[in-house]
Design a protein around this ligand. Structure first.
Ligand code: OSB
Ligand code: MG
Length: 379
């Protein structure tokens, strides 16, 4: 059956959603998420939602809420609105041609089109993407804490709640001592890892090498956001696998990582790589080379989380994702039902519901909206 993927309108909104507690990484802190939501409508009047993961500040990548809004309005929507799309896979090349960067803005639209295609075909987004799991393993990412014991308390309660992977954010001066304190207290628990968000450089290789003694699952993105060469030098002297996040922006960069041995695991964030088509290409490439992947997070609302859950149901997502339940982030999410985790640390993939598989609480979204713009073809 052929369904039309003609996009008639893109309803852009910015909402403000306060986190339960501030989240700090080496390059910045967030307390209220400013989130761009998109509602895409096709020519049959069917609609579906997506989320843009661009941040409040340009500290994770250069993209921000403002740049993404501009990119979607100015350059992305004119290519998409009214276009005869045959398959969601056609969107990525259409948005890449003569259009550099702005992956998060492109991804928000691309992922919305995948979800809309799923909804109009009455299948789950998971199924549409090639997902095979009805449950995914859940991890937690713990922001940088004020002292080692605060971190330990958070790790302990996360273990108690059943999380399958516990990621501790680190930075110079808040690394060895913090991790040792946790390791000494929790013992040989295999689920621990760290993420540095680019906070180290070649002068710090000795410090990074000392992390080997803690038998971590991986060290995520210790060096610069666009680096592969130095990560390769580092991986050669580390026993712990390096996992790349910021450095992997496309399937080509994933191939480079494999060729250079710059890392042995990839954190796939669909927003960072331009959407689902690119994420699937990276997933497939890694699968072919025996490289496990997992789905990263960007403090998404329940809408972005639905997209991540669907992606994480693909077969080579072999490691728990940074996909925590709604109540880890928000007093109240914007979707119904909210995302929950079982005591075994798993989350159900809504495989029997069409599209993103959750209902958007539109009244709540309305209340949280600070800016709105509907993009459509001029009549
Ligand atoms: O590096 O993975 C990261 C949040 C914002 C920016 C970068 C990162 C993160 C996280 C959050 O680790 C993971 C989550 O959404 O729970
Ligand atoms: Mg990261």
């Amino acid at each position: 059956m052929e369904f039309t993927l003609r996009i008639e309108s893109i309803d852009l909104r910015e909402i403000h959603l306060p986190l339960k507690e501030p989240f700090r990484i080496s390059s910045g802190i967030t307390d209220v998420r400013r989130i761009i939501l998109l509602e895409l409508k096709n020519a049959d009047g069917i609609s579906e939602w997506s989320e843009c993961v661009a941040g409040e500040e340009p500290n994770y990548s250069y993209e921000t809420v403002e740049t993404a809004w501009t990119a979607i309005r100015q350059w992305i929507s004119p290519r998409i609105l009214g276009a005869e799309l045959r398959n969601p896979r056609d969107v990525y090349p259409l948005l890449e041609r003569d259009f550099r960067g702005h992956s998060m803005a492109k991804a928000a639209v691309e992922m919305g089109i995948w979800a809309l295609a799923a909804r109009s075909e009455n299948v789950s987004l998971s199924k549409k993407l090639g997902g095979v799991r009805s449950k995914i393993e859940v991890g937690i990412s713990i922001g940088i804490q004020h002292d080692p014991d605060k971190l330990l308390a958070k790790v302990r309660s996360s273990i108690g709640e059943g999380y399958r992977k516990i990621k501790m954010k680190i930075e110079p001066g808040r690394d060895i001592e913090y991790v040792r304190n946790v390791r000494d207290a929790v013992g040989r628990d295999p689920r621990l890892m760290v993420d540095a968000n680019n906070a180290y450089d070649e002068k710090d290789f000795d410090v990074l090498r000392r992390l080997d003694e803690f038998d971590l699952m991986m060290i995520e993105q210790p060096l610069a956001c666009d680096d592969l060469v130095r990560h390769s030098r580092l991986q050669k002297i580390l026993r712990t696998p390096v996992c790349l996040d910021e450095s992997i922006t496309s399937v080509e960069r994933a191939q480079d990582m494999i060729d250079l041995d710059s890392g042995r695991i990839i954190n796939i964030k669909p927003g960072r790589v331009g959407g689902f088509t690119s994420s699937i290409a990276i997933h497939d490439l890694c699968s072919h080379h025996g490289i496990p992947v997992w789905c990263g997070g960007m403090l998404e609302s329940g809408i972005g989380r639905a997209h991540n859950v669907a992606l994480a149901s693909l077969p080579n997502f072999k490691i728990a994702g940074d996909i925590s339940p709604s109540d880890r982030y928000w007093d109240r999410d914007i979707v119904l039902p909210p995302w929950t985790m079982s005591s075994a640390g798993t989350m159900d993939v809504p495989v029997s519901r069409p599209g993103i598989g959750v209902e958007v609480d539109v009244d709540r979204v309305e209340n949280l909206t600070v800016n709105r713009e509907v993009l459509r073809l001029p009549r």
